[in-house]
Design a protein around this ligand. Sequence first.
Ligand code: HEM
Length: 446
Amino acid sequence: MTRFPTAKAAESLRFFTLHFVPTLLRGPLLARPRLSAALNKLDTAKHAARFVGRLRQRYPGAEAVWVRGLRGPMLLALTPSAVQRVLGGPVASYAVDSPEKHKMLGGMQPDSLILSRGGDRVLRRRFNESVLGFGSQEHPHAARLRAIIAEETGQLLAGETELTAARLDPVMQRIARRVILGDAAAGDQEVTDLYLVLRREGNWLGTRRWKAAGIASARERLLARFRAYAGSAEPGSLIARSGAAQGTVPEGQVTHWLLAFDIIAGTVLGTLAMLGADPYRQLEAAKNPEYLRACVLETLRLWPPVRDLYRETTTALDWDGLTVPAGTGILLPAAYHQRAGVANADSFQPESRDLGSRVRGFDAGYFPFSGGGATCAGRDLGLLITSALLGELLDRGRFRLLAPVLRPAGRLPYLLPASAIRLSVQLSPAAGNDVYQSAEHVLGGH
Ligand code: HEM
């Protein structure tokens, strides 16, 4: 083989229709609920992943194949070795700030790490790693984070009989504001509203140019608020850890952190859906934090929140004699690779995967946090918050999955949208719920 194969026109069209069209319709940055629900019924994500498998069989020996991407031809990474080359390669050669990401996130967070290159990227990476506690055993603010989560979970469950995304999302946003900006921001709904305006516009990939001025003004108002919170930095907030070098633009990093908290909410509900469909696993997860973490990691394998990783080569690269030209877009379909070649790939089996040892290093078959020099800088913080929130929920009650109907041992779908998940909640008297605590308090007082 002297060059990468090019998928036939019909194959490329099929991949485009199965992969990109549903993603665009669903909303690449903020799900459009009704369209998403309709597309989920068709399980287009499963067909898209299966089609990648078929392309891999059709072009044996090829690490990647040229397909039609959103802005012309791009390489689709078919094998773990291709994933390894890209994620294991230098970010200076495989740029993270692909044009797709600029289109999607540019209006919202133009100065963020994920959209940065060169010297700016180095500064902003260092800053994000430091504030988010990347690679540390335990984030320096872990105790405060746990206290916030305990308080907010008490409020979340008080008097509730059902848990849904509609219920969890506002609480998660409150947690995000308190953790990132401080307790003074707990009720600052305007921060979340502005952020959601920007995020919703990201779905249009910058095509609605007539909205540009309004979006720039919303962004400026949001950044001004971040600067105000940074100015009176509350000890224990992430924004108080901002000892940044010139060029970092600390407030320009914050919108991405808010976005990341929404990822956590989806992962919490997904994990709870699996545990809510299996009382024995739920009991074990409630008792055993290690097991709970394994359940989170298995949820991230089945339903990686970032389903596609995009890179763009900045220079011509050699893949064992094959040239990848400069400016090539590369797509790594995580949702495909995390199930390909895995035994019982479509079922939830946290006991048998040993993902804990794979998530810290870099693994071409399991990369929900990306890998190499652009590994999610919030990986450790994200896992801490996810586990703490799930731990609190399981401490306070028992959950049963009402919808969708899923069997963890069966063939699980490729998409599990948080908006489709409904869980019944049974608060446990022994669990330290605010409801029960106050009931005991009242009874004790008489
Ligand atoms: C379960 C939780 C999370 C998952 C699955 C996740 C996943 C990811 C992925 C896949 C990327 C790389 C995207 C790419 O390469 O194109 C990424 C990047 C990033 N994430 Fe996360 N993330 C999570 C939580 C968080 C949290 C809580 C924060 C911060 C509060 C955060 C901050 C970041 C930052 C700053 C980057 C950019 C890294 C860079 O470009 O060097 N993430 N995340």
